[in-house]
Design a protein around this ligand. Structure first.
Ligand code: FEO
Length: 387
């Protein structure tokens, strides 16, 4: 277990996982991930969420060590996704008098995941309800669709701690030192990004609280400069670009579209633009999605394949569509050797994104870059930068 200190009464009992290959079976986590869980020791004892099946034994050992022989009175369930909820039934079996505190939706969903009858021991809470543990008091804040419907957060008013469920979470185990924003942004847009309006609602509620510590279910406990993290969440959840620059996402079969994409990147850089390039066939999809949201401009470059879009570009655009991609300026560059279709198909996706502008001209390459193509690329760069 990473050495994490919150306070004498609020103990960290979570676990790092460096062995997982893909979080949620799709996101690479080169520095692992943490499943955070907390214990509040007061006159009453509350366990704040459990942990993933992958770390069950370590998590129970952490819990028992910090309990020091005491017995939990409550398990507070913020979120039923199995990376936090897997051990609920086993914990309930171990402590038969412990009550399970959860939202109405979570109480309804519990039987979907477990075989135990929880009904005699559930305490259903709603917005604003409180639970006194002695000198600590939890206030429940409903946070539906961040990013599941049953999610709630808890505010502990004595130590001014927000238990934020998946909010303010980050990829990366706690025993790894790394920049917060990079992996928190990738986590946010890939996992929570679709639900920006729900995060905006939560931020409005949080603005009324005096928060000194944020305890998320993944990633580091945040105790300093909280305005920085809250501002990032405000930008991300309102779909505003965070930085000026261009995400250039390309796919190339034999390298000709890649040559065009690199030429375009040079042109953009010569005009002072930060360019973040992705070869969609080889680079991380989740990084490409992250940067598409980070920067204010996006260029899509892909060849035609089977009279359709080259598959990894279609996959990228599908990801953006389901994540509610919006409010960006988009340039399009297609390649086709005999019947180019990629431009029309990429434009159809882009036209479906809310409040996005697709600039003219759409650059159409016939197999390789020629002088006329370069002229069109220059015109597209002008149009991108004039928006
Ligand atoms: Fe970390 Fe949505 O579970």
């Amino acid at each position: 277990m990473s050495n994490v200190t919150i306070s004498n009464a609020i103990r960290y009992i979570g676990c790092d996982d460096h062995k997982i290959d893909l979080f949620e079976s799709q996101y690479p986590v080169p520095n692992g991930v943490s499943y955070n869980s907390y214990l509040i020791l007061d006159e009453k004892v509350a366990v704040m969420d459990t942990a993933d099946r992958r770390v069950s034994e370590e998590w129970f050992a952490n819990l028992e060590r910090e309990l020091g022989g005491r017995t939990p009175d409550y398990l507070v369930v913020s979120h039923l996704e199995p990376d936090h909820a897997y051990n609920i039934q086993r914990l309930c079996e171990k402590y038969p008098a412990m009550q399970v505190v959860a939202s109405a939706k979570a109480v309804q969903m519990l039987p979907q995941f477990f075989t135990m009858d929880f009904s005699p021991r559930t305490v259903t809470v709603k917005e604003g309800d409180t639970l006194s543990l002695g000198s600590h008091t939890l206030t429940f804040i409903m946070a539906p669709m961040i990013h599941w419907p049953e999610v709630m957060m808890e505010y502990e008013s004595t130590e001014k701690v927000l238990f934020a469920a998946d909010g303010f979470g980050k990829f990366g185990a706690l025993d790894v030192e790394e920049d917060w924003a990079c992996e928190a942004r990738r986590y946010y847009f890939n996992i929570v990004g679709k639900f920006g309006p729900s995060v905006q609602t939560l931020l409005k509620k949080a603005a009324k609280l005096d928060i000194q510590t944020i305890c998320p279910l993944h990633g580091p406990i945040l105790q300093e400069n909280l305005g920085y993290y809250i501002e990032k969440y405000d930008i991300w959840s309102s779909y505003r670009p965070e930085d000026e620059g261009v995400t250039l996402a390309y796919a190339s079969i034999h390298g000709n579209t890649a040559i065009a994409a690199k030429k375009l990147a040079e042109m953009l850089e010569a005009r002072g633009q930060k360019v973040s390039m992705f070869d969609l066939a080889r680079d991380s999809m989740s990084e490409a999605v992250e940067d598409a949201f980070r920067y204010d401009k996006l260029v899509l470059a892909a060849p035609t394949y089977d009279a359709s879009l080259f598959p990894c570009m279609e996959d990228f655009l599908y990801h953006l569509k389901v994540k509610n991609y919006q409010k960006r300026t988009i340039g399009i560059m297609e390649n086709g050797s005999w019947a180019p279709a990629a431009g029309r198909l990429m434009k159809a996706y882009a036209d479906g994104f809310k409040n996005c502008t697709v600039v003219e001209p759409l650059v159409s390459i016939r197999s390789t870059v020629k002088e006329s193509t370069v002229k069109d690329m220059e015109a597209m760069v002008d149009a991108l930068l004039s928006k």
